[in-house]
Design a protein. Structure first.
Lengths: 246, 141
């Protein structure tokens, strides 16, 4: 005789028995005998003639899907077990996929930009200013390759050092702002290398000032330029401001 | 139908789900059925095994986790009452995805986590005809 272990939520249909004895030489025959003995089980195990997607049947430790499915032969004293697959998840917004931005990642990015550019000024190190400009421009060109944000995603957030701050927002204006900052920082670095120190450091401090406004006051100059261009109908600037969800 | 969850266990669930935010997290509810109601005795966090890039809106656990916890509950005379999971930045209301994957006689506790803070817990059960989710009375006491 084959035994079948019944999952807790389906036991009301087997007179609260956790294990039921059935006959049959294959898994399919055993399940057919099970639902013949306990007809109320059928709609929860089968959809028509097919086993429901979330119903897993195990022979010993093996999922029958990795054996021969319902044709899997059974030894006389086989032990079967029904295990529901557990899965869940939130509704996607009916107005479209949700757009969220983790503002902690943005802030960490700004901290690095401000810190390293100030350090470049203090150390009189144009190479460091050029490095920051390169990181900003590469990040703006390829969102997955933002070095300072990778520090956040790879280290600070997983370690719990910085908590995420995910809010409905468009990523595009922030990317645009970063590109704009990267261009200013890059021009500044070029000026420094060309010997025009005053212009070079002025541009560098402009980037520091704008990043600080964003970091400390949440005012993103580049984003405002982006949304202004959106209102003027500039091609490619097709995201409108996200209204706060309530 | 009512389900009772102690404030201590709710705090534990909240701490776990805030920790995994902005991803979804979850676990099992072990307990007993007394009269017309259910009482949660233990909560057991279970790892989210959905693909990492999908975990912000999906939660899944392995068959092995189910089997292990069910065996333990059976051995201790407890019942596998249901499971809990979070809806990050989304209300604690079952989604179509939740219903497609739901079982009857099983409690679905959903916690809304807004901006990293767990704010609301609601409990649901699939109707016998599988077409609707009915809300249970959740008593935090």
């Amino acid at each position: 005789m084959t035994s079948i272990k019944i999952p807790t939520p389906l036991r009301p249909y087997t007179a609260n028995q956790s294990e039921v004895t059935v006959t049959g030489t294959t898994v399919g025959e055993a399940l057919a005998d099970l639902v013949a003995q306990f007809p109320d089980l059928r709609p929860h195990l089968f959809n028509g003639a097919e086993l429901r997607d979330f119903v897993n049947v195990f022979l010993g430790e093996e999922d029958i899907r990795f054996l021969y499915g319902v044709d899997t032969p059974l030894d006389p004293n086989a032990r079967l077990r029904i295990v529901p697959a557990i899965a869940g998840g939130k509704n996607e917004d009916s107005s479209g996929p949700e757009r969220n931005v983790d503002h902690s990642a943005l802030r960490i990015n700004q901290v690095f930009i401000i810190g390293l550019l100030v350090l470049a000024f203090v150390l009189d190190a144009p190479a460091l200013a050029a490095f920051v400009a390169a990181v900003m421009l590469i990040g703006a060109a390829r969102p997955g390759a933002e070095l300072f944000k990778l520090v956040y995603w790879g280290i600070l957030r997983p370690a719990g050092i910085v908590r995420p701050d995910v809010i409905p927002d468009n990523p595009e204006p922030h990317r645009f702002a970063q590109g704009l900052g990267g261009i200013f920082a890059g021009l500044g670095a070029l000026a420094l290398f060309a010997g025009a120190s005053a212009i070079g450091w002025a541009l560098t401090w402009l980037v520091v000032a704008l990043a600080s406004l964003n970091l400390f006051f949440g005012w993103c100059a580049g984003c405002n330029v982006y949304y202004l261009l959106n209102r003027l109908g500039a091609p490619g600037f097709n995201r409108q401001r996200v209204k706060a969800r309530q | 139908m009512t389900i009772r969850l102690s404030p201590v266990l709710q705090t534990r669930i909240y701490a776990q789900l805030q920790q995994v935010y902005p991803n979804e997290g979850g676990g099992f509810l072990l307990g007993s059925v007394e009269g017309g109601g259910m009482v949660v005795v233990e909560t057991r966090p279970v790892e989210n095994v959905f693909a990492a890039e999908q975990q912000h809106h999906r939660y899944a656990m392995t068959s092995h986790d189910w089997a292990r916890l069910e065996d333990e509950a059976d051995a201790r005379g407890l019942a596998l009452l249901g499971y809990y999971h979070s809806h990050p930045d989304s209300p604690p209301i079952p989604s179509a995805y939740d219903r497609e994957h739901a079982l009857p006689n099983f409690v679905y506790v959903i916690v809304g986590v807004q901006n990293g803070q767990a704010v609301e817990t609601r409990a649901w059960q699939l109707g016998q005809d599988r077409s609707t989710f009915d809300e249970l009375t959740l008593l935090i006491e």
